[in-house]
Design a protein around this ligand. Structure first.
Ligand code: NAD
Length: 361
């Protein structure tokens, strides 16, 4: 798919994914080239981060924003938030191309959507960029705590993943306790490190791997986690594999090697092919916690910022991820469908139900 293709093909793709609106933002003065995709606004305004990435082609950027915005619809729905799904991408190298003027111009495009889209930081953007956007529009979250925002969402995201892991452990081992359970955490960045802390606080045996050796050494020493090389993670016989770095890490090759009984981590889009690999895991008896269900803590944090919720309320909403995961696992078992299909069903049902509620003025 390339945006150079005839527009009927773009519209066809929007029809297939069910998108409502796509906005192309172009400003040669600041070098801004961005796409805002609004997937569904049944539950509320479309919420989604802004990613800045040096995409190989405009078609790749469009595909990414369409895929990401659709998954936001599902993430918000299953987390019980009154928000729809959207996303935006800025085409460019964030280290070289990003300027205050570019981000503020982008803020103007968001402002013109009159609240239909609300954003936050992602790969290639940071709280400072959100501050620039905030100078032009109020429809942005992830502002630093010192400026009245909710600050770094990673600890909350990690807490949600931890609750999701507990729900899976309950299913596979009949207990919520992680004491004595072994967990491999792949990627010990913002979320991964916070997760390692929670796991070690409960006396789980934790293995860590990261491409950043210095970071691996530091985190290993700080929390008493065992560092392993990225190549050997699939040789380790651990109860839980927690991908907290990359998408598409669960594929035909890695499923063949996995020895764990649970996969539960923060990385987005962990299954290379949602349907095929979801089914393969089901057949192999490996419990997969759908990523968008258990990594919703970050978005809950941003939602709380919008709603003016307290930290206590944010934590409560994040702890609900335990119940949301349990419901997914129950439906998967009952209907003998993959956990991803079960999660999608629950999310779609909530959207359909609320659509009916909203039919009365
Ligand atoms: P991060 O960039 O802080 O950390 C990612 C870590 O993964 C880094 O330490 C990096 O060195 C490591 N890494 C990269 N490639 C690797 C590889 N091939 N093997 C092993 N390690 C590798 O990112 P983060 O904020 O911790 O997010 C981690 C994942 O969780 C991402 O997929 C992100 O989209 C997702 N997520 C994050 C949040 C959040 O609030 N930060 C919320 C929801 C989902």
């Amino acid at each position: 798919m390339s945006v150079q293709q005839p527009t009927d093909q773009i519209f066809n793709q929007l029809d297939v994914f069910g998108h409502k609106k796509v906005v192309f933002c172009s400003d040669p003065d600041t070098g801004l080239r961005a796409i805002i995709a609004i997937h569904d606004t049944t539950l509320g305004p479309a919420f989604g981060s802004t990613r800045m990435w040096a995409y190989k082609s405009e078609g790749d950027a469009l595909n990414d924003v369409l895929r990401l915005s659709k998954s936001m619809t599902y993430k918000c729905a299953i987390a019980g938030l009154n928000m729809g799904g959207g996303y935006s991408v800025i085409i460019g190298d964030s280290r070289k191309d990003k300027t205050e003027a570019m981000m503020r111009k982008f803020g103007r495009f968001i402002k013109n959507l009159n609240g239909e889209f609300i954003t936050s930081e992602d790969v290639g953007t940071n709280p400072r960029d959100m501050e620039y956007i905030r100078m032009e529009t109020q429809h942005v979250t992830g502002i630093p705590e010192s400026l009245g925002g909710s600050g770094d969402p990673s600890p909350i995201a990690a807490k949600g993943v931890y609750m999701g892991i507990k729900a899976c452990v309950r299913e596979q081992f009949g207990t919520d306790s992680l004491t004595g359970k072994s967990v491999i955490v792949q990627g010990i960045g913002h979320v991964g490190e916070n997760l390692v802390k929670l796991l070690r606080d409960e006396n789980a045996k934790v293995y860590i791997s990261d491409i950043n050796d210095e970071r691996t050494r530091q985190v290993s020493k700080k929390y008493g986690a065992e560092a392993v090389s990225n190549n050997s993670i699939f040789d380790i016989d651990a109860d839980i594999f927690s991908p907290c770095a990359l998408g598409a890490i669960i594929n035909t090759e890695t499923i063949g090697k996995l020895k764990c009984s649970i996969i539960a981590g923060s990385a987005n889009n962990q299954l290379q092919d949602e349907h095929q690999h979801g089914e393969m895991l089901l057949e192999k008896g490996i419990l997969f916690a759908p990523d968008y269900v258990i990594n919703a803590g970050g978005i809950i944090n941003c939602y709380s910022e919008l709603m003016g919720f307290s930290k206590k309320r944010t934590l409560q909403l994040t702890e609900n991820i335990y119940e949301a995961t349990r419901n997914v696992l129950k439906l998967s078992k009952l209907e003998k469908i993959s956990t991803t299909d079960a999660a999608n069903k629950i999310a779609e049902k909530r959207i359909a139900d609320i659509k009916k509620v909203k039919s009365t003025y």
